[in-house]
Design a binder for this molecule. Structure first.
Ligand SMILES: [Zn+2]
Length: 61
């Protein structure tokens, strides 16, 4: 499941939440203000860590 990092621009708190269907609005647990979703770093890192299948790497066989 995709995880997104949210930043509260009110108190600068950062939290990682698992993205649901419609959680465009995440409320900061510290101050109660809506948090803004940052770049989905976790998803990008996960895609890099996962070995790609079907990549034509070996040419000499
Ligand atoms: Zn906050």
């Amino acid at each position: 499941m995709p995880a997104y990092e949210y930043t509260c621009h009110s108190c600068q708190a950062r939290e990682v939440r698992i993205a649901g269907i419609d959680d465009h609005t995440v409320v900061c647990s510290a101050c109660g203000q809506p948090m803004v979703r940052e770049v989905d770093v976790a998803t990008v890192l996960a895609s890099y860590a996962r070995p790609k299948s079907g990549a034509p790497k070996r040419t000499d066989s």
